[in-house]
Design a protein around this ligand. Sequence first.
Ligand code: EPU
Length: 340
Amino acid sequence: MTAISECVSLKPYNTFGIEVQARYFAHINHIQQVQELATSKGMFTQMPKLPLGGGSNLLFTQNYNGLVLYNCLKGIAIDRESSQTVWLTVQGGEVWHELVQYCVAQNWGGLENLSLIPGSAGAAPIQNIGAYGVELKDVFVQLQAVHLASGEIHNFSNAECRFGYRNSIFKTAFKGQYFICSVTLQLKKNPQFNLQYGEVQRTLEQLGYINPTVQAVSHAICHIRNAKLPNPAELGNCGSFFKNPELETTTFEYLHRLHNTMPHYPAANGRMKIPAAWLIEQCGWKGRRIGNTGTHVNHALVLVNYGNATGAEIKQLAESIQQSVLDRFGILLEPEVNIL
Ligand code: EPU
């Protein structure tokens, strides 16, 4: 039997630090608990269920009137290895950055650019976490998940996850339908480093590294992130609140003629990616504070909770920012964060 608590504060379980309650809350230590809750024909079978990892990509705007399944599955195991590659299966409740540190310590390459991303391993595939030129999909092999409606265990290959920019099938067709138990990743013993993001190369030099190593790149990434992104343990936030918009060529060219300092990067299918942070900063929002909410002084894309903000207040701020960017640039910013 799984112990289920009632009326549990979710404040410690979301990095925005929003005070809401879950009607019911269960710590999941074994896959069988999820299967049992999904199929036992008890009161929880039909109830809405929220799989929860590190809560680092979630904005709660109201109490959760269902059952929270808090992923506490732990363990990192080597499935197999060759002279070049290691295949690791990581349980969903592992803390992402601790997994990165473990791989860095073994000198296995692949995750170093994803250092210091808040959240859990099980949540990583949902939005295909990414940073500094690398995305989870680049190292991802497969995952195992419990289908919440049937209790069945399903495996998803890389292609079946339909990864995109901050996107996967778990944010679209199968949204809310699966509890991710484990992910299998493929890491390299002699990695090629991805230093395409100019700041990474510059930081390596600044830190005195001559040749990149797994440790050096991870150190540089942590250095960059610590310099501009607030630590959620100190200031409530969810990292980037919006996705960087991708524009069709004609729209981009039109806007670029009007705003010739607008930064831009080539994206998939001939589109151009524009930093949402730049658009928001141009609208005067960077570092602005409204009550208990605001955008961070060092990064306009990071919305923060200065104290006791409610989710509704943060959502209101996000909508005001969206409106400003829409009025000025004709671009509708799409939240990256899941708003509940
Ligand atoms: N910029 C501004 N004002 C700011 C901050 C940035 O104008 O206040 C402009 C600058 O031109 C800068 C550019 O935005 O060069 C890009 O900024 P940054 O390198 O910080 O990256 P980002 O596009 O804001 C994305 C990801 C981050 C990831 C970084 C590094 C998205 C939505 N966000 O941010 O991911 O860490 O690149 O790869 O794609 C997250 O998803 O939560 C996250 C933090």
